[in-house]
Write a protein that binds this ligand. Structure first.
Ligand SMILES: CC(C)(COP(=O)(O)OP(=O)(O)OC[C@H]1O[C@@H](n2cnc3c(N)ncnc32)[C@H](O)[C@@H]1OP(=O)(O)O)[C@@H](O)C(=O)NCCC(=O)NCCS
Length: 218
């Protein structure tokens, strides 16, 4: 069955997703991309796919006809937009899994998630909602990834990790086994985390050290 899809976010994440969907459709026509939702209405189109509009478009569209997927890297922005789309407009979200991804049949996956090319989701992993998993990401067995996290290309989460809401892993960042990354923490590109990371903190390097603490909950 072909469903109509709205991609939320027209920047790098959104256009990357267009390519993933084209790969899915080559195997079996699954999605008709009707366009992008973006708060920046100066963007016009990407490769023939139009910008539909921003919140005014959502208010006036027959949104029950569409599935939505958010492809935005910044977890804070992603959470704000997802919450509004869900609570005010009750939109239907879907998951997009690239055909080259390997997803264990024993993994639990929520909604609104993107799993990129060549990524591996190992047995007993639990994914929440609205998680962006880029290309070549590995999520180790028995790990839990909570809502709105962004795991950029080549990042590796070892086994038995808990990655709480709104965490961000830069390109090629890694964690060892049994790590807890607390809410809204960031691990810089290429860094390796050997110890738990406090909430609202950013860490970088090998071994990763905290270099920034936000005072306020975001
Ligand atoms: C960690 C990070 C958030 C720091 O950003 P920032 O606060 O703007 O820091 P700067 O880039 O100004 O760098 C400050 C210092 O940290 C170093 N540094 C930056 N990122 C680093 C990293 N990932 N690991 C180790 N050191 C790093 C810089 O070399 C610089 O060192 P210096 O002070 O000795 O010159 C950022 O570099 C990063 O890794 N972001 C993730 C990017 C990413 O993966 N994006 C994917 C989307 S396409």
């Amino acid at each position: 069955m072909v469903e109509k899809l709205v991609i939320v976010g027209m920047r790098a994440g959104g256009v990357e997703l267009v390519e993933y969907i084209r790969h899915i459709n080559k195997i079996e026509k699954r999605w008709e991309i009707i366009g992008f939702f973006d708060e920046n209405e100066s963007l016009k189109e990407y490769d023939g796919i139009p910008l539909l509009g921003s919140w005014d478009w959502v208010k006036n569209a027959n949104i029950n006809e569409y599935k939505f997927i958010i492809s935005i890297g910044n977890p804070l922005v992603k959470k704000r937009i997802a919450t509004e789309l869900r609570e005010k407009f009750n939109v239907n979200f879907c998951n997009i899994v690239h055909p080259t991804a390997i997803v264990s049949k024993n993994a639990e996956i929520g909604e609104g998630n993107i799993i990129g090319p060549f990524s591996i989701i190992q047995p007993n992993v639990k994914l929440g909602n609205h998680i962006f998993i880029g290309p070549y990401v590995c999520i180790g067995h028995d790990s839990i990834i909570k809502d709105y996290c962004t795991l950029n290309a080549g990042s590796i989460i070892s086994g038995y990790n808990i990655i709480k809401e709104m965490c961000y892993l830069g390109t090629g960042a890694k964690t060892i086994q049994k790590i807890i990354m607390n809410e809204s923490s960031l691990l810089g590109a290429g860094s390796v985390l050997y110890t738990n990371l406090e909430a609202y903190c950013s860490a970088k390097g090998v071994p990763a050290k905290v270099f920034f603490r936000r005072n306020l909950k975001i």
